[in-house]
Structures are given as C-alpha cells and as structure tokens.
Design a protein around this ligand. Sequence first.
Ligand code: 5GP
Length: 145
Amino acid sequence: MSLHGQYDDQNIFAQIIRGEAPCYTLYEDEHVLAFLDVFPQSYGHTLVIPKRSAARNILEIDADSLSKMMVVVQKLTAVLVAELAPVGVQVAQFNGAPAGQTVFHIHMHIVPRFEGEALAVHAGGKAEPQALAALQARLLQRMAG
Ligand code: 5GP
C-alpha cells in the first residue's frame, strides 16, 4: 500500500469508526472522530480522522470532509495546549508509505512537544492502557469545563 491504491475497509481506523475496535475517544460528531494514538510519539499524541470519507490520503479526500476534520484538529490542538502546556505542537499528515504512512485511512496527527523531550519512534512502543485512560479522562474533563 502506498500513495496510489484501493481503500481497504479492514484498516484499523475503519474498524474503529465501525466500533469493531476500541479507541480512547476524545471527540466525535457525525463527520469526525478524534482519539489518542496508542503508540504515542509524545504525551497527548492525538489522531483526527474523517468518518464518512473512504480516503486513504490527502489526494483522495473531498474538500468538505477535509475542512470538517481540520476544524476539529484546531479545536483539539487548543485543548491539548491548554491542558498539557507543551512548548510546541506538531500537526502532521503523511501520504504513502515512503512518507511515513502506516494506516491507509487519512488522519491528522497532533503531537505536543515538551521541553527537552525527543519524539518517540513513529508507531513504536504501545502506551499503558491505564495511562491512556487517565489522559483521556483529563482531556475530556478539560473539554467539559
Ligand atoms: P501514520 O503512520 O499512518 O501516519 O500513522 C498511523 C498512526 O496510527 C501511528 O501514529 C500509530 O501509532 C497509530 N496507530 C496504529 N494502530 C493503532 C490503533 O490500533 N489504535 C490507535 N489509537 N492508534 C493506532
């Protein structure tokens, strides 16, 4: 799978959207889902995906779905900054395996950056479920407040 190809509806994010695989949801509406990355590159690493677009990458997504996704990216970036107080935030998106894409349902990464902390390996070590659940609760509380 790379830059060009068929959408595979068995990819992990399609399974998450259908409720067939779990996730630590931070935000959901009719069009967009946001959840914690379980192999985080930093504390608070969040993914935002369109729910109704079978697009593998930025070349395939329709403008309306892209816009709706980006509005949520901006909102959640603000939540992460307010709650976790990083010194910077990376917002990234990869297209094709040579560019670093490993899941072929388009998604945006929001990666808070902390002073003196290097990024963990991309799609590397799995976070502890308890730590992810605690972080999810913290961020949901921030959004509710
Ligand atoms: P990509 O490499 O395609 O830009 O990013 C895919 C991201 O999905 C990686 O950061 C990886 O850690 C994350 N990821 C892979 N499998 C799962 C999963 O089952 N659940 C969650 N929440 N994230 C996943």
